[in-house]
Design a binder for this molecule. Structure first.
Ligand SMILES: [Zn+2]
Length: 317
């Protein structure tokens, strides 16, 4: 390879091929301090700042509107555009994430589930993490996908055990979900539930995000996996969450992130319902880069950020 070709090759790789990478962050903070799910922590404040600075230096961070133009095929990028998003609406997004975004002048999108916004609800993955970590019983028989999973968690680390059970929950049918919860809830445990704490941001913080120039999108009402519920319930999740968020923030809310967001967690019906309910775009979370020639505004691909990831590992080629 000639010198020029090598240089061009290196520059191309360093910048990434043209397209849109959307990153999905969840909790921001110290993951050792939680009695709940540690796997939902994606970075602490310092790591988030490092990521954002890296993307600004090596790529181009865009806002929601430009990202949708690219993902809809209406704009062809010549470089790698990056959109930063946060799911679920944990309070730490507001307290630790927002100051970084403001200081570095980045517009990010926050996808909020309105039952969490209203307060008092523990997310199912946090409840499951607590139940799995504190159960005296380490063997579980859990229904999944028409069969029964016989689990022995005794040799797994607490995080691995939680991840295993969460994988089962996500693969369940709607009828199996309450049976899984029942099996976990009824296991004997010595520890009492932790004192309730405010885990999620409320309407005041949601308004604060909008005032700070951030964008708010829907993450449904209950954060149930949409493929696990029937079409009418899906419609209600999409319709009601949008109307609550618009009322509470006074801003237009017309983008959606499917809960969990794997290819199996929403269907073509879900995509059609999102369009029907007035969303102009919907984001999944099964990885991949959005290219204008393979665009679907109701399946804008996102890359889930994981704890300890270097920013350059997240973008792909
Ligand atoms: Zn979520």
């Amino acid at each position: 390879m000639s010198f020029l070709k090598t240089l061009k090759h290196r520059l191309f790789r360093a910048g990434g091929s043209p397209g849109l990478s959307v990153l999905a962050y969840h909790r921001i903070g110290d993951r050792t301090a939680t009695p709940y799910d540690r796997l939902v922590f994606t970075a602490d404040q310092e790591q988030l700042e490092q990521h954002v600075r890296y993307f600004q230096k090596r790529h181009r961070i865009v806002g929601l509107d430009e990202a949708i133009e690219i993902a809809s095929g209406r704009q062809t990028p010549t470089d790698r555009a990056i959109l930063i998003t946060f799911d679920d609406g944990y309070l730490d997004n507001y307290e630790a994430g927002l100051p970084v975004l403001k200081a570095l002048d980045v517009e990010a999108v926050f996808f909020l589930a309105t039952s969490f916004l209203a307060g008092g609800t523990l997310a199912w993955w946090d409840r499951i993490a607590w139940l799995v970590k504190t159960a005296d019983e380490r063997r579980f028989r859990l229904p999944v996908n028409g069969t029964v999973a016989d689990l022995d968690l005794s040799r797994m680390s607490p995080d691995d055990a939680v991840e295993k059970v969460l994988d089962i929950y996500k693969a369940c049918s709607g009828e199996e979900v309450p049976l899984v919860m029942q099996a976990l809830e009824s296991a004997p445990r010595a520890q009492a539930d932790p004192e309730p704490q405010q885990l999620f941001l409320g309407p005041e913080e949601a308004r604060g995000l909008c005032r700070a120039g951030m964008r708010v999108g829907s993450h449904t009402v209950s954060h149930r996996i949409l493929a696990q519920i029937d079409a009418e319930d899906q419609r209600e999740e999409l319709r009601l969450s949008r109307s609550i968020l618009e009322r509470e923030t006074g801003s237009t809310v017309d983008v959606l992130a499917y809960p969990v967001g794997g290819q199996e967690h929403f269907t073509r019906t879900t995509e059609a319902l999102a369009r029907d309910c007035g969303y102009r775009a919907a984001f999944s979370c099964h990885g991949g880069i959005n290219r204008p020639d393979r665009s679907n505004p109701y399946d804008i691909k996102r890359i889930p950020v994981y704890w300890g990831a270097r920013p350059q590992w997240l973008l792909g080629a």
